[in-house]
Write a protein of this length. Structure first.
Length: 557
């Protein structure tokens, strides 16, 4: 019975690996890889793949490679390479050995291509990309063979070598595998193996001007690195026969097995690198690490923790079919983790001055607050309290209804960790805007004094003379539509949320936050979870709202 329960707990990839280990396949090794293209920043979908591949290596005592599929120099940059390396580390994983690059294998891939030409399994085609595409046919209609398909072997070898030497222009010729133009699988209809790209490569410079296509390079790179389980997303399922065909031509002994799983789709966002690049280049966001972006660096800057992302990928599991995950689940797991680890502090984002008229002028005292009530070992801190404080503008209402329990003229509230106060009057400017509240306090009601008197609301506050100034950026979801990219006739950018960023420049924080550093995380009491932004400095503190205390989007659906 225990074995059955254990079997049910395994996802389908783990079941495959368990069977392979039992049969002694690949010498009973487990060796996975994470193979990103360095043509953009990684997003939350890649985090699922990272956690899966590295997690399998850890679970089975195997290895996991980090390999950059750097076969398109026109779109690749060292900036992307460095960001990906940093993302993997930040998520808590370490690859085995040195970082791998497909560009390390360019010579071997070229040599194997020459071998296929010599065996009559590859040929140079002079047709344009458009002509080749038109000849591929449809899934119901066989393709048409290229007029260059039966070129003499020696001519193919000569042309391919001249392609390498740079004698032809971009797009003038390609190398194609000779597979089956009548195959029902379109991927098998003489796929392109090499194209000409006169572009400087970020690692190899101008050494090469022909570059292998993904379908050719990927499986061979797996083979070179002795990968046992090559795990891809479902869009590569139709590519698997081609993956195996190329391996059939060159592999001897152990060889990798491609396994596909469902990619991560989350509502209210887009997961296409092309679309994310549009947002960056169109200045809809401030960059790849904008806190509204679903990139790992954007989530990190916003205040997400690696633990919350790992918990998220674990919670959603590994499936064979695509589905859409609720953004609210990601936020829930983030709140769950931040609730355990963050210090509670007081911050007033929209300050309203409050004067306690019966408190002595020029005097201060300290009140003590626990840093994190969720942690039984949490320390406490002391805050200055005095005659002049700030509260939130939203915590006062002039003509309050019975259901409004915060401050109004004639009503009492408790100030967190301090005293009960009563509002007696207010000051307004010439426009009728309330600029100051005039209150009195009950000196017998200090928190912890043992004397209790019930009031219906407790407000957060900061001392007006001891507080520090800060800018706070209120981030929200970037899109208002659950599937912004799913409308064929509407540009996804039409659904950008106009309220996805609000900047508050006159915020007041308790003095303990003066030494806060980039990525430090806090719960602003009653307001949500916040993180120090990288733009922050001693001269100007900047905080990002990571997530609100409750899901405000559930009621919008």
């Amino acid at each position: 019975m225990e074995a059955d329960n254990n079997e049910k707990s395994l996802n389908f990839i783990e079941q495959i690996i368990d069977k392979d280990l039992l049969e002694g396949k690949n010498g009973s090794r487990v060796h996975t890889r994470f193979p990103p293209e360095p043509n953009g920043y990684l997003h939350i979908g890649h985090a699922k793949s990272i956690c899966l591949n590295f997690g399998l290596g850890i679970k089975y005592g195997g290895k996991t490679n980090l390999r950059f599929d750097d076969t398109n120099p026109t779109k690749e940059e060292d900036e992307y390479v460095n960001s990906i390396i940093e993302d993997v580390k930040w998520l808590g994983f370490q690859w085995d050995g040195d970082i791998c690059y497909t560009s390390n294998y360019f010579q071997q891939l070229y040599d194997w291509a020459v071998q296929l030409i010599k065996e009559g399994k590859a040929y140079v085609d002079d047709q344009s990309a458009e002509e080749i595409s038109a000849q591929r046919g449809t899934p119901q209609k066989p393709g048409v063979e290229s007029p260059f398909r039966n070129r003499p072997l020696e001519e193919n070898l000569d042309l391919f070598e001249r392609m390498r030497r740079g004698e032809f222009a971009n797009g003038e010729k390609v190398l194609r595998a000779k597979v089956d133009m009548a195959s029902p699988n379109m991927q098998m209809r003489d796929p392109v193996m090499y194209r000409i790209l006169h572009a400087s490569h970020h690692r190899t410079g101008d050494k090469w001007c022909i570059y292998p296509m993904y379908d050719y390079a990927h499986g061979q790179s797996d083979y070179i690195e002795q990968i046992t389980h090559s795990i891809c997303t479902l869009e590569f399922e139709n590519h698997r026969p081609l993956y195996d065909w190329f391996l059939d031509q060159i592999a001897t002994g152990d060889r990798p097995q491609q396994i596909e799983f469902a990619r991560l789709n989350i509502n209210y966002t887009v997961m296409s690198k092309r679309k994310l690049l549009e947002l960056v280049e169109g200045n809809y966001v401030s960059g790849w690490d904008d806190p509204r972006m679903p990139t790992i660096s954007g989530l990190r800057r916003r205040g997400y923790t690696p633990e919350s992302i790992r918990n998220f990928t674990d919670r959603i599991g590994i499936a064979k079919r695509d589905n859409v995950i609720e953004y609210s689940l990601l936020e829930f797991l983030l709140r769950e983790h931040l609730n355990k680890i963050t210090k509670r502090v007081m911050a007033v984002l929209n300050p309203l001055k409050l004067t306690i008229t019966n408190y002595p002028e020029g005097e201060f005292e300290e009140v003590e607050l626990v840093n994190n009530p969720e942690d039984e070992n949490s320390a406490s801190r002391k805050l200055p309290f005095g005659r002049n404080i700030y509260i939130e503008q939203a915590d006062f209402m002039l003509n309050a209804s019975r259901k409004y329990y915060r401050l109004s003229v004639g009503r009492e509230v408790r100030l967190k960790g301090a005293y009960i106060i009563k509002c007696n009057d207010y000051v307004a400017d010439e426009n009728g805007e309330i600029t100051e509240l005039l209150c009195t306090y009950d000196p017998e009601t200090k928190s912890g004094s043992g004397i209790s008197r019930r009031v219906k609301a407790t407000l957060h506050w900061v001392n007006a003379e001891k507080c520090i100034d800060a800018e706070v950026r209120l981030y929200d979801r970037l899109f208002t539509d659950e599937d912004p990219a799913g409308h064929k006739e509407i540009d996804f950018k039409e659904f950008i949320n106009p309220d996805s960023l609000k900047i508050l420049s006159n915020c007041k924080l308790e003095p303990s936050l003066a030494e806060a550093k980039a990525e430090d995380k806090f719960q602003f009491q009653r307001l949500g979870y916040f993180c120090v932004d990288k733009d922050s400095s001693k001269e100007k503190l900047v905080f990002n709202r990571t997530v609100s205390l409750k899901d405000s989007w559930a009621k919008r659906k």
